[in-house]
Design a protein around this ligand. Sequence first.
Ligand code: DX5
Ligand code: ZN
Length: 226
Amino acid sequence: MRITPSILTADFTRLGETIDSAINAGIDWIHLDVMDGNWVVNRTITFGPALIRSIRERVGSEIILDCHLMVTNAEETWKQYVDAGVNLVIAHIEAIEDPRTLISNLHSAGVQAGLVLNPDSEPSTILPFLSELDLVLVMSVVPGKGGQSFMPEVEEKVKIFRSAIDQQKKDGGRDTILMIDGGIKSHNAKLVADWGIDIAVVGSGLINQKGTISENLDEIIHSIDN
Ligand code: DX5
Ligand code: ZN
């Protein structure tokens, strides 16, 4: 299982250095949490395309950047994130009207398409689009901030997606990535890896005062391998 940092809990006055140390620790995929002050329950605003463009200029073309759009108007604004240099746009199924058109627009623009669902949303809201999706993201916290507690009740949902993707691959279909996001630490990383998660987003478990990103990453990877 791959680990990708969410930069949400970073010191934004030192974000460049934080990203550099993540890359030096071996990270090659960064998860960018975009919140517009409207969509998430606690009305948080984080950052937008301008910051993402600066991050892309700093990290170069090899690092994968995804943007987790927690916004009310992803279907109108998705292209700003593509133009800012992301490889993958992940939109909330709860916040869009026409997933199929958004997916097709993203693919036509040359980027990958992902859908994400909240802890209380059913897999059936995303399964009809699975064959066209490069990634499905299962939220294991209610979107809105870093540092929240992991919600183990999403296990059933993860396993439904895992078996649907495995069947899709067996039938010669797309190898959709299965990602989880929220409350992942060294004490539960192995649990979700065993559920069949391909990539875990880790925010406060990687970027915190406890240790360096490299130390925290090693601890998480070690917990999965043992
Ligand atoms: C929450 C974000 C998550 C969060 C993860 O709305 O989508 O990516 O930043 O942070 P931790 O790992 O601290 O829960
Ligand atoms: Zn996220």
